[in-house]
Design a protein around this ligand. Structure first.
Ligand SMILES: Cc1cc2nc3c(=O)[nH]c(=O)nc-3n(C[C@H](O)[C@H](O)[C@H](O)COP(=O)(O)OP(=O)(O)OC[C@H]3O[C@@H](n4cnc5c(N)ncnc54)[C@H](O)[C@@H]3O)c2cc1C
Length: 465
């Protein structure tokens, strides 16, 4: 009798690493917000690249869709397996293979949680700068699959800037590997860049060589406020120079965001400064001179206040105070819980276009729903803005109305519909709003060439190809 798919999977990874049907726990099937869910026939947990390749060959033979399930922290439904398909969890492939403090690289398996990779680097006196609110659940394969950015892009760039070498399994089971530690290599196409940000639709990342940086030993953090967005960006540009390259985070918060979250957090911590300023920024500098860095930071902010560019500033005097300032930006649950159901967007645009986007999106949303709560915040480094919209109820029509208002405002300024969570299933219908027909055609051509049977995460990113 022919072996079943489940039996063949069991032979590849071991029976205890295969789950099927009703036995598949929810966290493999449902995204972080509980908005998207799938009913995969199997979830397999391979222990190494060879096993991933064998599973992909099997999936190809059986015409089974394969979705890699990372930390499930993306909210666009990209990691939700297809009904009747195969979910791959790389959670057993979580080793830090090597930290090379001479080349300043880290070789790591794709299932390693980002925070564990950060901590392992730190133990060796090195620094993996990528940092996001989801650091405790997002995995290396997921942050590569979505080209994650986060809090420190302004200084060290996003994931694309940190991936030096990559190993991946292609749709026919070929292992393609360039686990190099070389920073510069101009010999031919850099295929890794096709896979970075491709949301598991072109290949399955199994290992990566990541660029490390010297570990900063000082950290200065402040919350600042200005009277206008333009002044805040002038402050950003001034600090990039006056902090001698130490500026590491510049997180923007519009007054509506600051007001709502600091109010909701009052039970845990006092509001660091009054509401009513036009815009706030959480500013952080990281350096290496214990004696001079604090003085440099305080002096730079004092100068900006003297000139009237910064209207208020609170500088953290201890690690506890620093955590309290970061909590304004990251401890969002108390503020967001009463807004459920809400929709959160992660869009991007040139920094200069942010005020036009905010004004246009806010106008469109409030004209349609005068009662709506609308908030904006984001990372200035990557031009990445979040909009949170809630009217206290949700259905398909409301969702479509929100999407059209926000993505329409993005389109007006030539921005992008996705800057963090990927396109997934949620934004696939809107990809053409900010990508031209010729770009979409090229994307489809690439997808068909690399995955002719369409088994890798079908329906995600490009929709039906
Ligand atoms: C609180 C919070 C804060 C966040 N902050 C940021 C932020 O500041 N910046 C930012 O960019 N994002 C942010 N995100 C979004 C999210 O964390 C990132 O998109 C993250 O990179 C997803 O990683 P993950 O492991 O959870 O991937 P998942 O959500 O599991 O998967 C995302 C996509 O990657 C694919 N994938 C996963 N593993 C692989 C692999 N091995 N090979 C190929 N494809 C793979 C999946 O199939 C899916 O399409 C945040 C999310 C939350 C919940």
């Amino acid at each position: 009798m022919a072996e079943s798919v489940g039996e063949r999977l069991g032979r590849i990874v071991g029976d205890r690493h295969v789950l099927s049907g009703e036995d598949i726990p929810e966290h493999y099937r449902v995204d972080v917000l509980g908005k998207f869910s799938g009913r995969p026939a199997w979830v397999a947990k391979p222990g190494g690249t060879g096993e991933v390749a064998a599973i992909v060959r099997l999936a190809r033979e059986e015409h089974l869709p394969v979705t890699v399930i990372g930390g499930q922290s993306g909210t666009a439904g990209g990691a939700v397996p297809s009904d009747g398909g195969l979910g791959l969890s790389l959670e057993r492939m979580n080793r830090i293979v090597e930290i090379d403090t001479l080349s300043m690289t880290m070789t790591v398996e794709a299932g390693c949680i980002l925070q564990l990779a950060q901590e392992a680097a730190e133990e060796q006196g090195a620094f993996l700068p990528l940092d996001l609110g989801s650091r405790g659940s997002a995995v290396i394969g997921g942050v590569i699959g979505t080209n994650a950015g986060g809090n420190r892009v302004v200084r060290w760039g996003m994931m694309r800037d940190m991936v030096i070498g990559l190993e991946a399994v292609l749709a026919d089971g070929t292992v393609v590997s360039s686990l190099t530690k070389m920073l510069k290599d101009n010999a031919g196409y850099h295929w890794k860049h096709l896979l970075i940000g491709s949301e598991g639709t072109l290949g399955i990342v199994t290992k990566a060589v990541l660029r490390l940086r010297p570990l900063p030993t000082t950290r200065q953090t402040a919350l600042i406020a200005t009277d206008s967005f333009e002044q805040m960006i002038a402050v950003l540009r001034r600090l990039e120079v006056s902090l001698s390259g130490q500026l590491s985070s510049f997180e923007l918060m519009w007054d509506d965001f600051y007001r709502l979250h600091t109010e909701a957090q009052l039970g845990q911590r006092p509001r660091p400064m009054p509401c009513g300023h036009a815009i706030y920024a959480l500013v952080e500098a990281m350096g290496g001179n214990e004696e001079l860095d604090a003085e440099l930071f305080t002096g730079a902010l004092a100068q900006l206040m003297e000139e009237g560019l910064v209207t208020d500033a609170v500088i953290a005097q201890s690690a506890r105070e620093r955590d309290a300032l970061w909590a304004v930006r990251e401890d969002l649950q108390p503020g967001l819980a009463p807004l459920r159901p809400f929709v959160a967007y992660d869009v991007s645009m040139a920094i200069a276009d942010m005020p036009a986007f905010v004004a246009s999106a806010r106008k469109a949303l409030l004209e349609a729903w005068p009662e709506a709560t609308v908030m904006f915040y984001g990372h200035a480094g990557d031009g990445n803005l979040h909009a949170v919209v809630s009217i206290g109820r949700m259905d398909e029509e409301v969702q479509r109305g929100f999407d059209e208002a926000v993505f329409g405002a993005v389109r007006e300024v030539g921005g992008s519909i996705s800057a963090e969570h990927g396109v997934g299933v949620e934004r696939a219908p809107y990809l053409g709003w900010t990508r031209s027909e010729s770009e979409l055609a090229l994307m489809r051509t690439l997808k068909r060439a690399i995955d002719p049977d369409g088994i890798l995460n079908p329906g995600k990113l490009l929709g039906v190809v």
